[in-house]
Design a protein around this ligand. Structure first.
Ligand code: NDP
Length: 254
């Protein structure tokens, strides 16, 4: 059974990597219609908060359910990786949506459906790897790849969380307009939250040393780099005093 499942798993990892490349190409031409890029013409929509909870649920609840079915669910290295995953997705699914100041804003059902379906695939690919197919022993916890990857993950997670917190705090409760973010990472780049997210999942790829982790890191970069470019252009168009030294995603570079 596991032999057959390994092949299925590898196929799904390849599907995820293929989706990443397709998404990168599509998102250069079509900016995903949510947040500041929301516009009519994408069909029915959902309340923004409900949309985030729904869309991210497979990455939290589905992930735990799949993880628990694995033979190595009680192995310490698997549990440590589960802890990293839930540090991010517990926050993203159960805390982040309730901190948003997006009163009255909506997200197209199409975006939610796409996010939900991707998260189902990604939850299977990564949860199954860490609790079954990867078969990590306890010594993985002091392997340099785990130590470096986990450090990068936590650092990226922190940058992502603090940048999202700063963006959310730009609005008073009930406000919905956009303001010019200042200070910290925002002095260097327009989207430190995306930069942190990409660092975190790169760390995950290293900490798991797996094609499963690599395909998700690739997906995140392919998804967020075009959006960072779109956000950066939007800021430059919207604020005449937008700092010219600020880059889109990578400090000093791009
Ligand atoms: P944004 O930076 O566009 O927005 C984050 C929040 O801050 C939103 O509530 C937004 O409001 C508000 N906001 C943003 N800029 C301003 C501003 N200038 N003034 C006032 N409020 C502002 O991030 P996303 O919504 O695209 O993503 C949210 C999180 O999800 C991020 O952490 C991101 O990394 C992650 N994500 C991860 C993906 C992945 O592939 N792994 C894919 C997509 C997102 P509003 O909604 O009104 O614009």
């Amino acid at each position: 059974m596991i032999g057959g499942e390994r092949e299925l798993h590898l196929l799904l990892v390849a599907v995820e990597a293929g989706l990443a490349l397709l998404a990168a190409m599509a998102l250069v031409f079509l900016v995903a219609p949510y947040g500041r890029h929301a516009r009519p013409g994408f069909g029915p929509s959902l309340d923004n908060r409900v949309a985030w909870v729904l869309m991210e649920s497979p990455a939290a609840f589905g992930f735990v359910a799949i993880y628990m079915a694995g033979e190595h669910r009680l192995a310490v290295a698997s549990l440590a990786l589960l802890g990293l995953w839930l540090l991010h997705y517990g926050q993203r699914t159960l805390v982040f949506p309730f901190r948003l100041r997006t009163t009255g804003k909506r997200m197209p059902a199409l975006v939610v459906l796409w996010g939900f379906a991707f998260n189902v695939l990604n939850a299977y690919v990564n949860a199954r790897w860490i609790s079954e197919l990867g078969a990590y022993t306890a010594s993985w916890l002091w392997d340099p790849r785990f130590v470096l990857g986990a450090t990068l993950f936590v650092g990226g997670w922190w940058i992502n969380l603090s940048a999202d917190t700063a963006l959310i705090a730009l609005r008073a409760p009930g406000e919905t307009e956009y303001k010019l973010p200042q200070g910290g990472w925002f002095e260097r780049i327009s989207c430190p939250n995306y930069f942190g997210e990409i660092l975190a999942w790169t760390g995950w790829a290293i900490a798991t040393w797996s094609w499963a982790g690599a395909s998700f890191a690739l997906f995140t970069a392919c998804n967020l780099a075009p959006r960072a470019r779109a956000n950066h252009r939007w800021y430059s168009r919207t604020f005449s005093d937008y700092p010219t030294k600020r880059r889109a995603l990578i400090p000093w570079v791009w």
